[in-house]
Design a protein around this ligand. Structure first.
Ligand code: NAD
Length: 257
């Protein structure tokens, strides 16, 4: 029970990495606020945790809308009395070289991936500062470090999250609040399945290309990232501050011959 008595909010917990993290955290004793913009997906994660005998609430909210992000935090605190960890996981993909990116798509991706980290953090920090305690986990990506083809706006958004993580850590270290980032490689989730289908004429060939660029020879699984998030949410990582944690099958630092 590595998260016994921990109260956690996970944004975008209706699918993929967020869902896997919510289930793993609950199985390790955490009380979990499952957030998602999608009612059906969020309810499914909530139901899974309840079936396991875990403690959870589902709060539907769009983390890009200030009023909804504020309510998410206020309602979470009302339900659990306090929040130990905020996992800013919600995010969307954006494919294309820069000249191919539509202006609306740029705004949409930056809005979810960057503003969606800013807003829940902004509203929870005053509570964490008052408690003199807290942990925030921000979802970045290995594309914050490595240039990958046709990922212009997505890379910009995840680079912003990594830089923001470091800046936040400096400001809130005096309040005993830790802020770290997770940088996954390619993880097989609905997010990746969708962009393979929508961006490539031959999704199978594209998938092979992704396998080849990872030293692991295979894509990651949501639970690989969930286990890293568990470490950051627990006190086991208490000396980790403002750091990127890579869970990437070797894509960032290795190079296939
Ligand atoms: P996913 O699409 O399976 O899940 C994302 C969830 O976020 C969905 O349930 C979606 O409804 C929710 N969401 C989207 N916009 C929202 C909003 N405005 N408010 C609240 N919820 C919202 O994706 P995933 O692959 O599990 O990705 C989770 C995070 O991990 C994202 O930030 C993504 O960028 C990041 N990431 C994923 C990979 C990968 O290969 N899958 C790699 C690196 C980083």
């Amino acid at each position: 029970m590595r998260l016994q008595n921990k109260k956690v909010i996970i944004t975008g917990a209706g699918s993929g990495i967020g869902k896997s993290s919510a289930i793993l955290f609950a199985s390790e004793g955490a009380s979990v606020i499952v957030n998602d913009i999608d009612l059906k997906k969020g309810s499914e994660t909530f139901a899974r945790i309840k079936e396991m005998g875990g403690e959870a609430h589902f709060i539907q909210a769009d983390v890009t809308i200030p009023e909804e992000a504020k309510l998410l935090i206020e309602n979470s605190i009302e339900k659990f009395g306090e929040i130990d960890t905020l996992f800013n996981n919600a995010g969307i993909s954006g494919v294309g070289a820069l000249d191919e990116v539509e202006v609306d798509d740029w705004d949409r991706v930056m809005n979810v991936n960057v503003k969606g980290v800013f807003l829940p953090s902004k509203y929870i920090l005053p509570y964490m500062m008052k408690r003199n305690k807290g942990s925030i986990i921000n979802m970045s990506s290995c594309v914050a470090e490595v240039g990958l083809a046709k990922r212009a706006v997505y890379s910009a958004s995840k680079g912003a999250v990594l830089a923001l993580t470091k800046a936040m850590q400096v400001d809130y270290a005096p309040y005993n609040i830790r802020v770290n980032a997770i940088l996954p490689g390619t993880i097989m989730t609905p997010f990746v399945e969708n962009y393979l289908k929508s961006s490539y004429a031959d999704p199978e060939e594209a998938l092979e290309g992704i396998r080849r660029r990872q030293l692991s020879g295979e894509l990651g699984r949501p639970k690989d990232v969930a286990k890293a998030a568990l470490f950051l949410a627990s006190d086991e990582s208490e000396f980790m501050m403002g750091s990127p944690l890579y869970i990437d099958g070797g894509v960032t630092f290795g190079k296939n011959a």
